[in-house]
Ligand binder design. Structure first.
Ligand code: PEP
Ligand code: MG
Length: 324
């Protein structure tokens, strides 16, 4: 089965009816970048940086620079999207000794946290900007809820770039800055967000958690976890449509993108960029290469207008009938 799947890694990323798509990797540890290369990804769609902060010591600029530079080098010229620290919520690195608020999922986390400790944030931004001399890099901002956060982050990025220029380093002024669309506010307000961002990345793990009000780690309510819930499908459709209107690339980097059936749902909604753990690449590519994007779209549209509420039924239909 494994080797049968592996054949798909080398195949062009095109659906049965000729639609092009891109498969990027989610990676954090050095070994994962190698695995992404072996899986033939088009780039890194999500480099999480939390692991650098897991030690009891906060990594300084130089330590971070080395990690980012190595990741970029490992990808041999393929683009690397580096997400700024997404601590808080379910990710509580030891080095930051974060005080747990009454509800960590709704507290000081992601970009909110970075903007509250700007000295640390500057270290990370400087490290990323310096590493960008090694290859194509994009910056991704996590846990956005409003445009002001984007403006603040962009301001800090601009300041760090100027500082580095003063130190004799010429950093690409066009370095793209994108945002995670993973809160209901960002999804509903995506039109305004899109005007301030260079690309969008949909984090379905958090988006589903916040829209369905289900803690992604709570097994007591996992029976309610429906990744193709009509509310989720509607929001995804909205993000993709509005992103396209702004001519922005929309990548889905949450777990949905790495699921064979859900990838067909995304395909039906018009998603062309997928980012997933390297171990998922072959299976998802197979599902998409064997899919008809047109038929997937028809299945999704028909299902939505039927009023049927059961997401798992939609996913099963896409599995059985979404082929070309
Ligand atoms: C997400 O929320 O879908 C996502 C990709 O980010 P993380 O899983 O790291 O929160
Ligand atoms: Mg997230």
């Amino acid at each position: 089965h494994r080797s049968e799947l592996k054949r798909f890694i080398a195949r062009p990323s095109r659906t049965g009816d000729g639609k092009h798509f891109q498969v990027h990797g989610n990676a954090e540890l050095p070994i994962e970048f190698e695995r992404c290369m072996d899986a033939g990804v088009d780039g890194i769609g999500l480099m999480r940086t939390e692991y650098l902060f897991l030690d009891h010591r906060i990594p300084d600029e130089q330590t971070q620079y080395r990690a980012y530079r190595n990741a970029i080098r490992a990808m041999g010229g393929k683009p690397v999207t580096i997400r700024t620290l997404d601590a808080g919520g379910d990710k509580l690195p030891d080095s930051l000794s974060l005080t747990r608020g009454p509800n960590p999922a709704l507290g000081l986390r992601g970009l909110r946290l970075s903007l509250s400790v700007t000295d640390l944030f500057r270290d990370q931004l400087r490290a990323i900007l310096r590493a960008s001399a090694e290859g194509p890099v994009r910056i991704l901002l996590p846990m956005l809820t409003n445009v002001e956060e984007i403006a603040q982050a962009r301001q800090l990025i601009a300041e760090c770039r100027e500082q580095l220029r003063g130190e004799g380093l010429n950093i690409d002024p066009e370095l793209p800055v994108g945002g995670m669309i993973e809160t209901p506010a960002a999804a509903l307000n995506v039109d305004a967000m899109a005007t301030e961002l260079d690309f969008l990345s949909v984090g379905t793990n958090d988006l589903i958690q916040y829209v369905l009000a289900i803690d992604r780690q709570d097994e007591l309510v996992s029976y309610l976890y429906d990744p193709a819930h009509p509310a989720i499908v509607e929001l995804l459709d909205r993000i993709v449509r509005i992103g396209r209107r702004h001519e922005l690339e929309v990548t889905v980097c949450g777990e949905l993108a790495g699921d064979e059936r859900a990838a067909r749902l995304l395909l039906g909604l018009g998603v062309t960029h997928f980012s997933m753990p390297p171990a998922r690449v072959a299976a998802v590519k197979k599902s998409m290469i064997e899919a008809s994007a047109k038929r997937c779209r028809e299945i999704v549209e028909r299902f939505r207008s039927s009023g049927d509420q059961r997401g798992d039924k939609l996913l099963e239909r896409l599995r059985h009938k979404g082929g070309s």
